[in-house]
Write a protein of this length. Structure first.
Length: 219
C-alpha cells in the first residue's frame, strides 16, 4: 500500500475520520490533544462498544504489562486483535510499540501482546526512568519531505532488535555502535519507541492520520 507522505490538499473535502486513543492507562490526554490539533475527531476508547466507533487507534505510552492486564480485564484484547487483523490502522508509542510487537525479549511472566508487527522488541532497552533522553531524528522521507529534524523523547523506551522482511525501518538511534530501530511501519501499523505527543510536534500523528484516511478510502 502506497501511503500519502505530502500535504493532503483534499482533506478539507473529505468526511472526518474518528481516531481512538486506548484509555486504560498511560498518556492518553496528550495523544487526544495532538490528534485534535491534526483536525480529526479523537475519542478515548475503554470498551468494545467504543472501539467499533473508530477508524484507527493509538496505543499510548505507559506500562506495557499493566496495559496488557487491563486490556483483558476490560474485555478489549480479543476485539482489538480482531480489528487489527482486519486491517484497522494502529499507532503505538513506547508501550504501544511493545503491544504491537509479535515477539518480546525478556517479557514478564504471562505478558501478552496484541501483535501484528513482525518484529522482536526489547522492553526498557534504553534503561530506567533516570536514563531518559532526547535525540534528533531525520524522518524527512516519511514526513512529507519536511527536513526539520524531529526531537524525540525516550522515556524507559524499548528498541527493536529484529524486523521481518515486510517491516520498514523509519528511524534508528545508534547505541554502542549498533543501529537500533526506534520507528517502524508495516502495512497499516506504525510504532515508535519515543513519545511525539510530549513535544508539541504533530508530524508523526499527521502521518498516522494520513494512514487512517487512506485505509478508509481503500476499504
Amino acid at each position: 500500500m502506497t501511503l500519502e507522505t505530502g500535504p493532503d490538499a483534499s482533506s478539507a473535502t473529505r468526511p472526518s475520520v474518528s481516531i481512538g486513543v486506548l484509555a486504560v492507562q498511560g498518556d492518553v490526554r496528550e495523544h487526544l490533544d495532538t490528534l485534535r490539533a491534526c483536525g480529526v475527531h479523537a475519542l478515548p476508547v475503554r470498551r468494545p462498544a467504543e472501539l467499533v466507533q473508530v477508524d484507527g487507534l493509538v496505543l499510548p505510552g505507559g506500562e506495557s504489562t499493566t496495559i496488557d492486564r487491563l486490556l483483558r480485564a476490560f474485555h478489549l484484547a480479543e476485539p482489538l486483535q480482531e480489528r487489527l487483523a482486519a486491517g484497522m490502522p494502529a499507532y503505538g508509542s513506547c508501550a504501544g510499540m511493545i503491544l504491537l510487537a509479535d515477539r518480546l525479549v525478556e517479557a514478564h511472566a504471562g505478558q501478552q501482546t496484541l501483535g501484528g508487527l513482525d518484529m522482536l522488541v526489547r522492553r526498557n532497552a534504553f534503561g530506567r526512568q533516570v536514563d531518559s533522553f532526547e535525540a534528533d531524528l531525520d524522518l524527512a522521507d516519511v514526513l512529507g519531505g519536511d527536513h526539520e529534524p524531529m526531537r524525540a523523547v525516550f522515556i524507559r523506551a524499548p528498541w527493536v532488535e529484529e524486523v521481518g522482511d515486510d517491516v520498514e525501518v523509519l528511524a534508528s538511534v545508534e547505541v554502542d555502535g549498533v543501529s537500533r530501530p526506534v520507528a517502524v511501519r508495516q502495512d497499516h501499523l506504525l510504532a515508535t519507541s519515543f513519545h511525539p505527543e510530549v513535544t508539541g510536534d504533530p508530524r508523526i500523528h499527521a502521518l498516522f492520520v494520513r494512514m487512517v484516511r487512506q485505509a478508509r478510502d481503500d476499504a
